[in-house]
Design a protein around this ligand. Structure first.
Ligand SMILES: [Zn+2]
Ligand SMILES: [Zn+2]
Length: 261
């Protein structure tokens, strides 16, 4: 029998259910796009359940059981982040028959052309709107939102504590001064979509990541959310180069990668 992650597993970990960034890597599923699962002292949280999140949960070993989720957090409404959010709300609430859990999302996930369907909104115990630089709580998982990112929809990054380390999740944005002030953390996960800068599009490039890592000096920097140009340039090689250049620990995330705290 496949072991499932349940409430009784009080370990604290973060698992990448996908490392795809932006449209084409997601569409072609060159990397999975299931988001990030966090277990924080018995509280289970799923961040950005993109397309295939339900599949990645079930394919995980040990299996990640979505009916054990306590919260789902959406950083923004783009499909590579929210494609499976309705499925995951249903799964968290056992098809809507068991009212439980919380959903945290920006307001535009619910507005005109909503990505969270109206009929699932009554399933969780609450839906809480994200605002800039606020603190939110779901069981043992406490997180803080970043200042509003510069992306073409309402977008926030997150900062939280796992074990005795602080973790930053730098979601989609173009670079702006102000990122450094928020993302000073022990472990920093950076969404690096582009290999070369493309200033006309609101995403970070490898150069932006390099600047952020040298300014912030996290104990561990993790590159993830790769676009096509990053994948072609072999992110694991790029991470090794950055480690040497910056004399810092820079790693490249892969689907299924797990960090324990
Ligand atoms: Zn994205
Ligand atoms: Zn986006």
């Amino acid at each position: 029998m496949v072991r499932r992650v349940t409430k009784e597993d009080s370990g604290t970990f973060l698992k990448f259910l996908g490392t795809a960034g932006a449209r084409f890597v997601m569409i072609k599923q060159l990397r999975a796009s299931g988001g990030i699962w966090i277990s924080c002292a018995g509280t289970n949280v799923l961040i950005d359940p993109g397309p295939g999140s339900i599949v990645r949960c079930n394919a995980s070993r040990p299996k990640l059981d979505p009916s054990q989720l306590d919260a789902i957090v959406l950083t923004h409404r783009h499909l590579d982040h929210c494609g499976d959010i309705n499925v995951m709300i249903e799964a968290m609430t056992e098809g809507g028959f068991r009212k439980r859990g919380a959903v945290f999302c920006p307001q535009d996930a619910l507005g005109d052309d909503p990505v969270i369907l109206r009929y699932v909104r009554t399933f969780p115990e609450k839906i809480e709107l994200l605002r800039p630089e606020q603190t939110y709580e779901a069981g043992n998982f406490i997180f803080r939102t970043s200042p509003l990112h510069m992306h073409n929809v309402e977008t926030y990054g997150l900062k939280f504590r796992l074990g005795n380390q602080t973790v930053g999740l730098l979601s989609d944005t173009r670079y702006f001064k102000g990122l450094e002030a928020f993302y000073k953390t022990d472990v920093l996960i950076i969404g690096v979509v582009f290999f070369k800068p493309r200033p006309e599009i609101d995403h970070l490039s490898l150069d932006d990541a390099k600047g952020l890592i040298s300014a912030l000096k996290p104990q561990k920097a993790i590159l993830s959310h790769f676009g096509m140009s990053m994948l072609s340039a072999r992110p694991s090689v790029l991470a090794q180069q950055l480690s040497r250049e910056l004399r810092a620990e820079v790693v490249c995330a892969y689907d299924g990668m797990m960090l324990t705290f």
